[in-house]
Design a protein around this ligand. Structure first.
Ligand SMILES: *Cc1c(COP(=O)(O)O)cnc(C)c1O
Length: 361
């Protein structure tokens, strides 16, 4: 019986889906969590209470506003998004990536991204039966512009994803290279600014200069990961098409109320991200004093380190035994051999991490 079921499943599900591993999220209960680029700070008690008062008003028996206008207005005000550009909201920017892929998916088309970068670009390409072309970064994780331009010529990608700063490397590729890619591409270039709060770089202005670019952002990394709120900013000609694919009620009413509220109190989140930027520079310096092979400077809320040869998994396991969870990237991509990714935490959390590392190294 169960063999029959297995065969039926194996016959029906596409081979490329059978070959996938589901996105693995480790059980983190009881751990000091430095693995997922979350903001570790809480809201002040008074702000939390005010938020709860807003949530009480939620009409959970009704469908939410399909356009989630309250969030769009909040985003425009808080982030200075000009009226001439449209905003598309997603249940996390993961959903936006999926919408973009579905909109262009057609046999023979591909998604392109530098590698290593955010793993969802490739996974979602596979979900949507698009080919995926990864262009390796160089050994210092700089973007190889010649390789990228050559591959654009050969593969003519429908979508190019550029995460700026890049995850998991934490660096910027430089505006000149980004402009050169946009100018060479026939397809749409998606600048993914998930970590915009942690860098002075800002590519929203590219929308003024080019028709084939859109900018994707998220509220996850500034402290609202649990609400799932990603958004795309760009010209109406593009976003009106993508909006046809968005499921009508993708942003639930609790997220709408909570995000609108959080955007009104954005100064709280802003202060927290400022504090994380300071913690990042202290943590970077402290890590550089340890016997690691390399600590990469970061423009995001995480730091990539390369350990001495063969040490990454052992250090990862040793920290885990001390109840500290970071991300082991070793084995994920050839360029990430011996690499670990550490999310910047509170002052106290970073100290705990450092003393655990000192003990082990
Ligand atoms: C975390 C991350 C995202 C996903 O953000 P969500 O809005 O939480 O889905 C997108 N892009 C990059 C580069 C990320 O690191």
């Amino acid at each position: 019986m169960s063999d029959l079921l297995k065969n039926t499943v194996a016959n029906l599900i596409r081979p490329e889906i059978l070959a996938l591993h589901a996105y693995h999220v480790p059980d983190a209960s009881g751990f000091l969590k430095l693995d997922a680029m979350e903001n570790p700070f809480q809201w002040p008690e008074s702000v939390k209470n005010e938020w709860a008062q807003e949530l009480i008003k939620a009409d959970i028996n009704r469908y939410p506003d399909p356009q989630a206008q309250c969030i769009k207005e909040g985003l425009r005000k808080t982030l200075n998004i000009k009226d001439e550009f449209e905003i598309l909201l997603g249940n996390g920017s993961d959903e936006i990536i999926q919408i973009l892929a579905m909109a262009v998916a057609q046999s023979g088309r591909c998604i392109m991204a530098p590698e290593p970068s955010f793993v969802m670009y490739k996974m979602i390409a596979t979900f949507c039966q698009l080919d995926y072309v990864g262009i390796p970064l160089n050994a210092d994780f700089e973007l190889d512009l010649d390789d990228m331009l050559e591959s654009i010529k050969v593969n003519d990608p429908a979508l190019i994803f550029l995460a700026q700063p890049n995850n998991p490397t934490g660096n910027l590729f430089g505006e000149d290279k980004i402009r050169a890619i946009i100018e060479a591409a026939n397809g749409l270039v998606v600048v993914d600014e998930a970590y915009t709060a942690f860098t002075d770089a800002d590519y929203l202005n590219l929308l003024n200069d080019y028709d084939n670019v859109v900018v994707m952002r998220t509220l996850s990394k500034v402290g609202l990961a649990g609400l799932r709120m990603g958004f795309l900013v760009g010209k109406a000609e593009w976003l009106n098409e993508f909006d046809k694919i968005r499921l009508p009620y993708n942003i639930n009413c609790l997220t709408q109320i909570s995000c609108a509220f959080a955007l009104k109190h954005f100064d709280v989140l802003k202060d927290q991200t400022e504090r994380l930027r300071k913690n990042r520079s202290r943590l970077t310096d402290s890590l550089k004093a340890l016997p690691l092979d390399k600590v990469f400077d970061s423009e995001a809320n995480f730091i990539l380190v390369r350990t001495q040869q063969g040490q990454a998994r052992k250090i990862f396991e040793a920290l885990k035994a001390d109840n500290i969870l970071i991300k082991c990237l070793d084995g994920g991509h050839p360029l990430l051999t011996d690499c670990l990714r550490i999310t910047v935490g509170t002052e106290n959390e970073n100290d705990q991490l450092l003393s655990a590392l000192q003990k082990y190294l």
